[in-house]
Design a protein. Structure first.
Length: 198
């Protein structure tokens, strides 16, 4: 089970200007949870600031969900992370846009994904009024292994009265957190997140 910590960065692009807000929180339910500062995971900010500058002939979708980075480590657990990015473009009548990032986990013994509950996950983040392109970056650290993770990113386009004009949900690619390398030994009773012995 994931005792994740979350870092957040939202970017709004309006006529070439970038505005951002940051917050951070730590997942509850584990003494091993890691606090993530507001500056963690901002390495993708530069690339995200260039959204919408693709080829003019290429059709652009209204929303995208991306696994920006998947950092794997056999130990320690705090080094494992997934950076999820949601990006959306305004449609006619849009006054404000919203993005909601959720993390889904599938362990090696489960056949399907389940939603991970942690502070800052499953929260709608809003753009400023009049923004044409809105992006939200969320980094989740302290991932369990072995397990597979993916983002479920929700998008909402709102009019001036706050009514939903359109909504959509997309999955990111998966982030696989591997088990210990072959040949490592575990104490009797199962796997552990400690470093392999030599």
């Amino acid at each position: 089970m994931c005792a994740c910590a979350v870092a957040v960065l939202s970017l709004a692009l309006a006529q070439g200007a970038v505005g951002d807000t940051q917050s951070s929180s730590t997942a509850a339910g584990s003494t091993g949870a890691t606090t993530v500062t507001g500056t963690t995971g901002l390495t993708g900010a530069t690339g995200t600031g260039q959204v919408g500058q693709g080829s003019p002939s290429a059709p652009k979708s209204l929303a995208s969900a991306t696994l920006e980075q998947c950092a794997t480590a056999t130990a320690p657990q705090t080094e494992r992370s997934a950076t999820l990015v949601g990006e959306m473009s305004a449609i006619a009548g849009t006054a404000r846009m919203q993005i909601d990032v959720q993390l889904q986990e599938r362990s090696t013994v489960e056949g399907r994904f389940r939603t991970v509950h942690a502070p800052a996950l499953g929260v709608w983040h809003s753009s400023n009024p009049g923004v044409k392109v809105f992006a939200h970056i969320q980094q989740v650290t302290n991932l369990s292994a072995p397990a597979v993770y993916r983002g479920l990113i929700g998008f909402r386009w709102l009019d001036a009265e706050g009514h939903v004009l359109k909504s959509e949900s997309l999955h990111t690619a998966v982030c696989e957190q591997p088990s210990k390398p072959a040949g490592s030994t575990n104490a009797p009773g199962g796997a552990s997140d400690s470093a392999p012995g030599s």
